[in-house]
Design a protein around this ligand. Structure first.
Ligand code: CP
Length: 326
């Protein structure tokens, strides 16, 4: 694996899930794998799970972690050919190349700003590192994707699925209300990852919240949430902001919140959420505090997904180094 920017960077998802399960059983068997390599991590937005799971995963394979502090006025210029007389003292051209000298791989979180779709979709920081360096990149959540999350999500579904059941697994991605405009990355990545699996996949949301077809492909979309949830084995709950009115909150209909009553036609469904989750706004206490919720196990799996991805990138770097030596 050269980079991990999308779930599509995994060659064989079945083998990847098996590897994550092996890592989960014995996370400390490759303590020397990284052999003094360094991972730089850049968080332009807050994080609990992604930050901790990535650092811990790195520690488990002997990978040094270098947090790159960008929250104290690290304002970068991205435009070409500008006179740098503004409050942006450093150009990404130099910054990316310098970071690549100190680090063997770089992991970045840079959320969509949700003001200008075209600007967000450029994913400038990732594009710049790709343009100016050969450094392997790991997506810790960008405008478009959150692939470490979706790998952990698939791992969780595969662990919890009833292997005795003869019917195709039904997985539903359900929009839920929220007070703030949230990015589309988690929903996009989950939809994208579902294309790799042999599940029945249904997306339910109000009109005006259609996800980009690049991620949903031919997934079935149902605007009637109760209908969509019928017979679901897994319900992935997530808010995202409007796509029709990019980045706006145009619907706060509380009837979309997942509560026990909503699960009446899916009584055995497992409920997932990437976290953080706003209780009694997105998912009610009577679900989050019930046996049907698997959100904590899902969060735990972030660790094994990250350890798998970092290990695969290190193996590719080692192969390159060996080729250069021979
Ligand atoms: N799910 C997730 O990415 O959580 P954090 O924002 O806490 O990293």
């Amino acid at each position: 694996m050269q980079h991990y920017l999308s779930i599509k960077d995994i060659d064989n998802i079945k083998n990847a899930i098996e590897s994550c399960i092996e890592i989960k059983k014995s996370p400390f068997t490759k303590l020397q794998l990284a052999n003094n390599k360094t991972l730089g991590i850049i968080f332009l937005n807050p994080s609990l799970r992604t930050k901790i799971s990535t650092i811990k995963a790195a520690q488990n394979i002997g990978l040094n972690v270098l947090p790159i502090d960008v929250n104290n006025g690290w304002s970068l210029e991205f435009s070409e050919g500008v006179v740098m007389d503004t409050n942006k003292p450093e150009h990404i051209k130099e910054a990316a190349q310098v970071i690549a000298k100190y680090c063997d791989m770089v992991a970045i979180r840079a959320f969509a700003k949700l003001m200008d779709k075209e600007e967000d979709y450029k994913e400038q920081i990732f594009a710049s590192f790709k343009k100016y360096t050969n450094c392997p990149l790991i997506n810790l959540e960008s405008t478009l994707r959150h692939p470490l999350q979706s790998l952990a999500d698939i791992l969780t579904i595969e662990e919890y699925k009833n292997i005795q059941s003869l019917k195709k697994l039904k997985v539903v991605l359900s929009w839920a209300p929220h007070v703030n405009p949230l990015p589309h990355a988690v929903a996009n990545s989950f939809a994208e990852s579902m294309q790799l699996m042999d599940y029945e996949f249904v997306i339910t949301h109000p009109k005006g919240y259609e996800l980009d077809p690049e991620f949903t492909k031919n997934a079935s979309v149902c605007y009637d949430q109760d209908e969509a949830l019928k017979g679901a084995d897994f319900i992935y709950v997530k808010n995202w902001s409007s796509t029709k009115y990019y980045g706006k909150v145009t619907n706060t209909d509380q009837s979309w919140m997942i509560n026990k009553n909503k699960l009446k036609n899916a009584p055995y469904a497992k409920v997932m959420h990437c976290l953080p989750v706003r209780r009694n706004l997105v998912i009610a206490d009577d679900v989050l505090d019930s046996e049907q919720s698997i959100v904590i196990d899902q969060a735990e799996n972030r660790l094994y997904a990250a350890q798998y991805v970092l290990s695969e990138i290190i193996k590719t770097l080692d192969k390159k180094e060996n080729r250069l030596k021979s």
